[in-house]
Ligand binder design. Structure first.
Ligand SMILES: *[C@@H]1O[C@H](CO)[C@@H](O)[C@H](O)[C@H]1NC(C)=O
Ligand SMILES: *[C@@H]1O[C@H](CO)[C@@H](O)[C@H](O)[C@H]1NC(C)=O
Ligand SMILES: *[C@@H]1O[C@H](CO)[C@@H](O)[C@H](O)[C@H]1NC(C)=O
Ligand SMILES: *[C@@H]1O[C@H](CO)[C@@H](O)[C@H](O)[C@H]1NC(C)=O
Length: 481
């Protein structure tokens, strides 16, 4: 009962990826956007402030942020929200530093596509910004790649889809800062998934732009919510969740709360079936959840869809379940995995591409410590495999795993750090991502000095490769032949 989707995911083929994964995404994203934009945002982002620090604190951490012409960010946000009829109030997309509507106590109605705004806003307030390229450890390019491509994803030709990408790299290449390392010390952020920027051919019918294939982007590092398992120039970092604590105290209070939360459900699932993209385990998962008295299903199809966009409903569900099922979504990854972990729920993955080979900077290498892996091949309609597998895990084991998840929380959230260097600071997903980008650039500099031609990858990429190449018997999931 293999569908083309299953065959793709098991036996690979990047070309098929764009056809089989990206098209359903198109429709789904449209629906999500419609829902998302029915929320209105409140106050505008606060003005940026600058801080000066003793040089020791910033040594080796300076970032140079390119002053991009507004056609690469602010104008795109303004024009594309007005031009895209379905996005209505999209012009409030990036309010509150990209967090969206403020619900109080560190919670917001945050879009899963908001990463590029969140990152840009945090970078403006980064404590070690520099205007001196000679001092910079890395160069940030605040391009809104996701906003740019969004209105062009449907019904345009490749010329239209690639125009701004080509404009951007022309602009970058002309900058003096580019020359030093051919852009290998540059990075940017895209709030969408990799296949939106990895069109497989020059045919209009193929999905996405060719941004990430451009030679300039091959040299840069791009951070995004889902990376290509096979490429090295994009790196996945956590999806934004609804929780953006301001201080370590606020974070710790939430961690304590989820630690002691009563969890009446052994497992739960929030999601909708995918009508024309069936049996990628999702329908079986919904069926097994419905059939089990230990499972709570939040059905996101039809009339109930709005519940799935309620931060409160989602968080209530995940913080009342021990395990949260995270099958493939429309692509490998789902935002829901991060919402679950923020709820102190142990994620259950069915494909290693859903997290383990993605978030190598933010998730621990020992995936069994914080998650459960049930190979999707083991799921058959009516076989109850999920309940059986999860019931075998003792409460003590589950408790240790939950403690691991709770402990990971600081590096999974994007904090609301309006100021830096104050009491109660914690290292969040942003801080960790910037640190890792800088390490990567440093490594490249060292390699260049020592005359090492090829990018000998950073350590975490090596373990991603080890996972891909079957260190644990997973090669069939990523086989491209
Ligand atoms: C692509 O679409 C644009 C806008 O519709 C049009 O002006 C242009 O001629 C098209 N280019 C090609 C090569 O078809
Ligand atoms: C990419 O980096 C290499 C090595 O520094 C350099 O030779 C090449 O020109 C760069 N490519 C671009 C498009 O700048
Ligand atoms: C699914 O496919 C059927 C038949 O091809 C089509 O009529 C229907 O509109 C599709 N549904 C979705 C949600 O794409
Ligand atoms: C995490 O996993 C490693 C290796 O699988 C194991 O040695 C270690 O004890 C685990 N840590 C915890 C806290 O369970």
């Amino acid at each position: 009962m293999l569908t083309p989707m299953t065959r793709y995911l098991r036996h690979g083929g990047r070309r098929t990826l764009s056809r089989l994964i990206c098209f359903p995404i198109a429709l789904y994203c449209l629906i999500r956007l419609l829902l998302f934009f029915s929320f209105r945002s409140s106050s505008p982002a606060t003005a940026l402030s600058l801080f000066s620090f003793a040089s020791s604190r910033c040594d080796g951490r300076y970032v140079f942020m390119h002053d991009l012409p507004p056609r690469f960010n602010a104008d795109l946000l303004r024009d594309n929200c007005a031009l895209s009829p379905w996005v209505g109030d999209a012009c409030h997309f990036a309010d509150n530093g990209g967090f969206g509507t403020d619900l109080g106590d560190g919670w917001y109605v945050t879009s899963q596509f908001a990463l590029e705004f969140i990152f840009h806003d945090r970078m403006r307030r980064y404590e070690c910004l520099t205007g001196d390229p000679a001092r910079a450890a890395a160069f940030f390019v605040p391009f809104y790649a996701g906003v740019e491509i969004l209105p062009h994803l449907w019904g345009t030709n490749t010329t239209v889809r690639d125009a701004v990408a080509l404009d951007l790299v022309r602009w970058l290449r002309a900058r003096p800062e580019w020359a030093a390392m051919g852009g290998r010390d540059h990075f940017m952020v895209a709030g969408r998934i990799t296949c939106d920027f990895r069109r497989q051919s020059e045919e209009d019918g193929d999905w996405g732009s060719k941004l990430f294939w451009l030679p300039e982007l091959q040299n840069m590092t791009t951070l995004l919510i889902e990376s290509s398992p096979w490429q090295e120039n994009d790196v996945a970092i956590p999806y934004p969740t609804y929780f953006h604590p301001s201080t370590a105290g606020e974070l710790a209070a939430w961690q304590n709360r989820v630690r002691h939360q009563k969890r009446p459900w052994l497992f739960s699932f929030a999601g909708a079936p995918r009508p024309n993209n069936t049996d990628i385990a999702r329908d079986v998962i919904i069926e097994q959840c419905r059939a089990s008295p230990l499972c709570k299903l939040l059905d996101c199809a039809g009339d109930n869809a709005h519940e799935c966009f309620s931060p409160r409903r989602i968080t209530e569900l995940f913080s009342s379940s021990v395990f949260c099922l995270q099958p493939l979504g429309d692509s490998y990854t789902r935002r829901s995995a991060f919402d679950a972990m923020v709820g102190g729920c142990i994620p259950v993955f069915f494909h290693p591409g859903s997290a383990y080979v993605q978030y190598v900077w933010h998730l621990p290498r020992d995936f069994r410590n914080y998650s459960v892996f049930i190979p999707m091949e083991e799921l058959k309609p009516g076989n109850g495999a999920i309940e059986r597998a999860l019931s075998r895990i003792s409460p003590e084991q589950a408790s240790a795993m939950r403690e691991a998840v709770v402990g990971m929380m600081p590096s999974l959230v994007y904090g609301n750090k309006r100021t830096t260097g104050e009491e109660g600071e914690f290292k969040d997903a942003f801080d960790l991502a910037v640190e890792k980008v800088i390490e990567r650039v440093e490594k490249r500099k060292r390699d260049t000095k020592q005359g090492i031609e090829q990018d000998a990858s950073d350590e975490s990429y090596n373990w991603k490769k080890a996972l891909l190449n079957g260190g644990v018997g997973w090669e069939h999931y990523f086989n491209q032949k």
